[in-house]
Design a protein around this ligand. Structure first.
Ligand SMILES: Cc1cc2nc3c(=O)[nH]c(=O)nc-3n(C[C@H](O)[C@H](O)[C@H](O)COP(=O)(O)O)c2cc1C
Length: 330
């Protein structure tokens, strides 16, 4: 009887915890009518601007790509409250400058480009904006301020221009061996790495992923990272597959970088139906949770390589430190 009650309690906890997840997400997510408008606009601008920045980092961006996004961004930054964070506006301006430079170099003329130039001239002056976005400087001295070991971390970047080579098995094994140094809860090591080089598999997988348009054809080496659900139990652990899986995935990217292999994480923010199709194509068990895909490969040569700058938020926006000696800790 006691066992039965305990089982019922465990099952009800699943229901209440998943309902609470749904409620919390709906209440606070970026499309919730109850979320603060400025915070929503902050993220919306960063997300839309990133699509343009990503476009700039492709091997052959289409002339005048992203017109609707550019129009949205010009309007959005005008109504955005800069006192919340200056990053969205700085990022948009940096990206617009790079976009204009790219089109000037191609000799393209268009009223939209004149509109963007006029917008920059006025908006930057009125708001004292220092543009920060576009393409990333990859020179070594950009990392001079960091200790040697930290340079591996700060020099990693998402790469969307790969050389054609297939990675040899020895390199793939070495990457995964290094990535296995990732910590995991109780050392249960639920994460798994599937690796693909077959063109047909990669095309089908990337079509289902949908975040690699514009560079998927150049991906010849692809990881799919998963986490085994059998490693987890009880409603309290419902999200741990993602925690352990994401730590492992990060380590895969750092291991790649340490071995001079470029990488680009690819989101698997998909419905259950798409998740099932990906598992079918990849021969992945139904009892695994998809974490993310990672496109990998040798980067193209430095003189051809373009990388999105992806500027970071200022430290004070993300570090909340209550330090001893500063009145925060008694
Ligand atoms: C979970 C996750 C999913 C991502 N999905 C995509 C994607 O689908 N397509 C893409 O081009 N980049 C994707 N990225 C790469 C981000 O755009 C990139 O990490 C971000 O702009 C920061 O740039 P950096 O990686 O160069 O530091 C993803 C990154 C993460 C962490």
């Amino acid at each position: 009887m006691v066992e039965l009650v305990s089982k019922i309690q465990k099952v009800s906890l699943f229901l209440t915890e998943y309902c609470a997840d749904a409620f919390t997400y709906f209440r606070y997510c970026g499309i919730s009518p109850f979320q603060d408008k400025t915070r929503k606009l902050f993220y919306k601008i960063l997300i839309e601007a990133h699509a343009l920045e990503k476009g700039l980092s492709l091997a052959n961006p289409r002339s005048l790509f992203g017109v609707a996004k550019i129009r949205f961004l010009m309007k959005a930054v005008e109504r955005y409250d800069l006192s919340f964070s200056r990053l969205p506006a700085e990022k948009v301006c940096g990206i617009f400058h790079t976009y204009l430079e790219m089109h000037r170099a191609l000799g393209v003329e268009n009223p939209l480009l004149d509109e963007m130039a006029a917008f920059l001239d006025r908006y930057e002056k009125t708001n004292a904006i220092s543009p920060d976005g576009g393409l990333r400087r990859l020179e070594e001295e950009a990392y001079d301020a960091f200790p040697d070991a930290a340079r591996l971390l700060v020099s990693r970047h998402s790469n969307r221009m790969f050389a054609e080579d297939f990675l040899p098995r020895a390199d793939v094994e070495q990457i995964v061996r290094i990535a296995q140094s990732a910590p995991s809860q109780c050392n249960r090591q639920s994460a798994k790495a599937y690796f693909f080089q077959n063109r047909e598999d990669i095309d089908r997988l990337l079509k289902l992923q949908a975040g690699s348009a514009g560079f998927s054809g150049g991906v010849n080496n692809l990881f799919v990272i998963t986490s085994d659900l059998a490693a987890w139990g009880g409603a309290q652990q419902r999200n741990q597959a993602y925690v352990d899986g994401a730590l492992f995935a990060m380590n895969v990217m750092l291991a790649c970088h340490a071995m001079e292999v470029a990488s680009c994480p690819l989101n698997l923010a998909v419905t259950h139906k798409v998740e099932k199709s990906i598992k079918q194509v990849g021969g992945i068990g139904l009892d695994e949770r998809l974490i993310m895909m990672i496109a990998v490969g040798r980067p193209v040569s430095r003189n051809k390589l373009k990388v999105a700058r992806s500027p970071r938020r200022p430290l004070h926006e993300i570090l909340v430190a209550k330090l001893a000696g500063e009145g925060g800790v008694s």
